[in-house]
Design a protein around this ligand. Sequence first.
Ligand SMILES: [Fe+2]
Length: 463
Amino acid sequence: MRPLKTLSIHEILFLLAHRWLRRSRLATAGMILAVISLTIGQAESSAEVEYSPSQGRWAWTGAVTTDAAVIKGGGAVDASPDLLVSEDPDFENTLRVEATTSLDASRLGRAGAYRLEGLRPDTHYFYRWADLPEETKPFGRFRTMPRGEASFTFAFASCASTGSNSPVFDAIRQHQPLFFLHTGDLHYEDIAENRVERFYDAFARVLLASPRQNLFFRDLQVPYMWDDHDYGPNDSDIRAPGREAALESYRAVVPHYPFFHRDSDPLQPVGQAFSVGRVRFLIPDLRSRRTHNGLEDGPEKTMMGPEQLRWFLDELREAQGKYALTVFVSGVPWIDSSNRPDSWAEYAYERSRISNFMVEHGIDRVIMLAGDSHMVAGDDGSNNTFADDGIGPGFPVFHAAALHRRGSTKGGPYSHGTFPGSGRYGVVQVEDRGDSIRIIFEGRHFEEGVLLRMEHLFEVDPE
Ligand SMILES: [Fe+2]
């Protein structure tokens, strides 16, 4: 049930304002209505949820759209139990969902995949395990994506030591973001062996062994793209010995959006895209198809691989016409004028190819979210000049890391400075105003609060 007390007060206020509006037709009454509606929205979204205990189980929600979601989860059970799903945290009306796939995933236990369809946009859903009837509290929740012009808040960051139980995960949940975008280094196992169990065990240390992360993944939907340490060894690429196993474990455990290639070749990269309101998120896989850092730079040297790059450029061009904003997610620093290996500096040919493409096609409503370097940092675009014209592509770049890892500074220069250290994450507010879209980025520390705040306004041309 909804919090009756809160709602009834709001409803009374709403009705009174509505009557007043009908009688007086004053513009101010309309404003009061808007404020009350907003308050109702906030009251619903900020509702604290009391979850059932973990009991050795885990869940991870992803691939959320306006009307669908995928939950992967399980634990120490012989067969994947059904999930009960409801809009109501008291589970008055429930939908029973069976696992579509179920596999034995080493220390993760049994991992089931649950596909939820026919959902309503911008709506909270709660779920619990059907085989634990005594547990009536939700095990987890998520919120479907809004449709059309919509304002929303999300969080992002990378880099946490394996199985970290840092309070940073609680701090992020406090913001109640629509989702948390994990930009890599989910763990630091540096697996250099082609055994999928090693990857399942690494996931288990994150999703099961850490109480705070266990709850984090049940409370927030988490789109995720790996970086080097959770895909393979430090600075890893296509030659990583565990590549095949890494890709297999990603497909099995991560609730992901459709891959860009739409085929079933298990060795294709796991790059993907998704939409929220009028914002398009592009999360290419910059590891599993990446050629060797030590190669001489040129057309053969690539982070994305030719097929993924083609898809990525098509997405950029299409999004400029179809969406108000494109978010380019890069695990590694983009702005880097050094010749340090692993960042885009050593893949400068591909970086300028993307930059020139953006200039050529007038793609000018883009931001980047970046990770890898253990710092909060920001650039307003003034140092993002990798196109041949010496000005473009000029999109702003926001860095947020490390969740829980010692600090480091990479790349730059950054117009708004660097704030290296641990306990860091980014919160991004997207305000869609129809003819413009405003982005507010806050790089935060879980105790110190805001370290860096940046705003950027994009004009959206009428179609
Ligand atoms: Fe890292």
